[in-house]
Design a protein around this ligand. Structure first.
Ligand code: NDP
Length: 336
């Protein structure tokens, strides 16, 4: 043990400018600590917002970037009971700083991943699939045959929503932005189980009426874009349905048509997986049940990692910059 390499930021600002590779000393291994070698860690939009200084929770500076990832246990302290050398682990909470080659962390901050779960699935398990799982479970009681509509359907969360919904017999209407290779993207999302893939422009057109002759109107809308896109989701929602906002990629506020509130009594809710995990930190059974259910889906091949590009840790500049480009359709995952 001794030192590790880490992607550190000492001030907030443009991630391309403020993140740098530094050598950090590793603390001594305490009796309840676990020495972990990081294997892979994604670059998520919230990681970027944290570096920029615009996210709801910000670390003390200097900080190591990254909030999720998977590592392998190298050594455990004498009082550690739940983990042993060789296990794969993921963080239980945000803020651990996962963009690093090694870490010494306390046992309670880590959860074990069952063996056999593929690397990129484990690396991206704690944020996006958990978010998709909770939003499909906690807001409307959805039955097979029910329908969910979502925007940014090609996002990491969106892909997990498509796959988890498909395992429950729930139909998905998936909204994406138009692009030159739309056909390829549509085919990819359909291969994951998407029932309908529709562009933002088509969503505003009268032909949507034709679709709703064939499928029921959605009871649940999942919004991570905001602006006009969210307004359109609301227009198509069933009477009494719920729109859950969990992101704001367009940086535009959600505009709610008055008619949706008066005549359809729609419910507007929000979701933040970090808060959910904190609220359930003492309900390990519920958290474990979710992780196990998601890992089962990984092992059965019913849930895959998001479309991703593996980037060597030292090429972090490329990963960070590509993660901020539009229409990339691939999660950047740092591989240590
Ligand atoms: P990804 O990096 O996998 O995907 C980003 C998505 O955003 C892509 O679908 C991209 O579409 C779309 N997008 C980017 N810019 C815009 C824009 N200006 N207008 C419309 N769409 C845009 O993201 P994640 O799945 O990791 O996260 C998606 C969102 O969900 C983020 O806002 C993130 O912060 C949020 N999130 C929230 C959580 C919570 O607990 N509240 C948990 C997890 C994620 P395109 O291909 O067209 O560029």
């Amino acid at each position: 043990r001794g030192e590790c390499e880490a992607l550190v930021y000492r001030r907030h600002g443009d991630p391309a400018q403020v993140i740098q590779l530094e050598r950090l000393a590793l603390p001594e291994l305490g009796v309840s600590d676990v020495h972990v070698k990081m294997l892979a860690a994604p670059v998520n939009p919230s990681d970027i917002n944290m570096v920029q200084g615009t996210y709801a929770i910000l670390p003390e500076l200097p900080a190591v970037g990254g909030n999720e990832g998977v590592g392998q246990v190298l050594e455990v302290g004498s009082q550690v009971t739940s983990l042993r050398a060789g296990d794969w682990v993921i963080p239980q909470d945000a803020g651990l700083g996962t963009w690093r080659t090694e870490a010494v962390l306390s046992e309670g901050t880590l959860a074990a991943v069952p063996s056999g779960v593929p690397l990129l699935c484990a690396a991206s398990l704690s944020v996006n699939p958990c978010t998709a799982f909770r939003m499909l479970s906690d807001f409307e009681s959805l039955q097979p045959g029910d329908c969910v509509i979502q925007n940014a359907a090609n996002s990491g969360v969106g892909q997990a929503v498509i796959q988890i919904a498909a395992t429950r017999g729930i139909h998905t209407i998936n909204i994406v932005r138009d692009r030159p290779d739309l056909h390829k993207l549509t085919e990819r999302l359909k291969s994951l189980g998407a029932d309908h893939v529709i562009t933002e422009d088509t969503l505003r057109k009268p032909e949507m009426k034709e679709l709703f002759k064939k499928v029921p109107r959605p009871r649940l809308a999942l919004n991570c874009v905001g602006g006009k896109s969210a307004t359109e989701l609301l227009r198509h929602l069933q009477k009494g349905g719920t729109m859950v906002t969990y992101g704001g990629m367009s940086k535009q506020p959600v505009a709610v048509p008055v008619s949706a509130l008066i005549f359809k009594d729609v419910k507007l809710r929000g979701f933040w997986v970090t808060q959910w995990k904190r609220d359930h930190a003492h309900d390990r059974e519920k958290v474990q049940a979710m992780i196990s259910a998601l890992c089962q889906l990984f092992l059965q091949g019913k849930l895959s990692a998001p479309a991703s590009t593996e980037v060597p840790f030292r090429d972090y500049q490329t990963a960070v910059q590509d993660s901020m480009k539009p229409f990339v359709s691939a999660k950047q995952i740092l591989v240590m």
